[in-house]
Design a binder for this molecule. Structure first.
Ligand SMILES: Cc1cc2nc3c(=O)[nH]c(=O)nc-3n(C[C@H](O)[C@H](O)[C@H](O)COP(=O)(O)O)c2cc1C
Length: 332
């Protein structure tokens, strides 16, 4: 991780705690792969304080089973990156997906956990939670308790819906299938004025960060795609006077205008597809172009959404930390 200012006192346990939230094998809703995911810091930190030099770290794989992937050596999994990767590079490590495996996101969460601690200095709080699993969604007007997010396996913030969301994942898992869902992200206490106009717009950088996470298929800010059906009179987040003070009670914009934060909460949603590695037999193509029947063995997530929650938080924190630093150059 490069670009972290010197002098940031880090809580190393908090970094590990955040990485643990992404770790596989924690609940019946995720892959059975068991990794300890211990973060070993190699450089850039002395006595818990950042040096301003690149922060190097390593997370060792402990529970890899390359033989599980032998059957996939000459077959392209439908919906996975096998074909595109091999077409681009002419060579592919078939033993687990390589960089197309979300194993890669463990590093993003280390970076995100450091960025979160940087953001704390500015009072900025980042949260994400599961808002949809398959057909089960939190209603728009439901109570949200952010302290509950990591208290339940599905990582939602209203326990009334946690059980039906979990049940759906277990049902598709039992059927050898997979399901998708939506993670909602929220940033509180971000001051107005953060975001670079033109090429570094806050929503544009967030979209890029989110769509760079594996298995994402959609991103929207505020009212997002629903905005297209609204009128300006409905969409404008205009102040109302409450107890003699102006308050803005709607947030259709998602907290930015012109790519710059407006002081409201940043609100966005990220859609995740159902993962492609399913146990149900499917037709796939092999390297010679023959259609073959494929039954994927090995350990896979039936739904990535619960594990994606800390990844979305991490990518959000990284984007905002960069933009807050860049904002220091915006005027004398
Ligand atoms: C947390 C997480 C866990 C994932 N686990 C799996 C998995 O177990 N099996 C699988 O086929 N894909 C899994 N994926 C999705 C693949 O990495 C992804 O579909 C693949 O790289 C192809 O990229 P694309 O779906 O973004 O096009 C996971 C994604 C995330 C974010």
């Amino acid at each position: 991780m490069d670009g972290c200012p010197a002098g940031l006192k880090l809580d190393l346990d908090a970094i590990q705690k955040m990485v643990d939230r992404r770790r596989p094998g924690q609940s019946p809703l995720t892959t059975d792969r068991k990794e300890t995911d211990r973060v070993e810091i190699l450089s850039g930190i002395l006595d818990g304080v950042t040096l301003g030099t690149p922060i190097g770290f390593i997370i060792r794989n402990k529970d890899q089973k390359p033989a599980d992937y032998d059957a996939l050596k000459n077959i392209y999994r439908p919906g996975h990156a096998d074909f595109t990767w091999e077409t681009k590079y002419g060579i592919r490590d078939h033993r687990g997906g390589g960089r197309a495996s979300a194993r890669e996101t463990a590093c993003r969460v280390v970076g995100g956990a450091i960025a979160m601690q940087f953001l704390k200095h500015f009072g900025v709080e980042v949260n994400a939670w599961t808002s949809t699993i398959g057909p089960v969604s939190l209603p728009e007007d439901t109570d949200l308790d952010y302290d509950l997010i990591y208290s339940n396996d599905v990582r939602t913030c209203n326990l009334k819906f946690a059980e039906s969301m979990s049940r759906h994942i277990l049902t598709v898992r039992e059927a050898g299938d997979s399901c998708g869902g939506i993670v909602t992200g929220m940033v509180r206490n971000l001051p107005a004025g953060i975001g670079e106009p033109v090429f570094g717009k806050l929503p544009a950088l967030l979209a890029k960060a989110m769509m760079g996470i594996h298995a994402t298929k959609g991103f929207e800010m505020g009212s997002g795609f629903k905005s297209a059906a609204m009128r300006g009179s409905e969409h404008n987040d205009a102040p109302a006077i409450l107890d003699g003070k102006p308050v803005v009670s709607t947030n259709h914009a998602g907290g930015t205008h012109g790519g710059i934060s407006n002081g409201q909460d940043i609100l966005f949603k990220v859609a995740f597809k159902p993962v492609s590695s399913i146990a149900i037999p499917q037709t796939a193509l092999d390297k010679d172009g023959n259609a073959v029947e494929l039954k994927i063995e090995g350990r896979h997530d039936p739904c990535v959404v619960p594990r994606a929650v800390p990844i979305v938080e991490s990518m959000t924190a990284l984007v905002l930390a960069d933009l807050i630093l860049m904002n220091k150059l915006s005027r004398i």
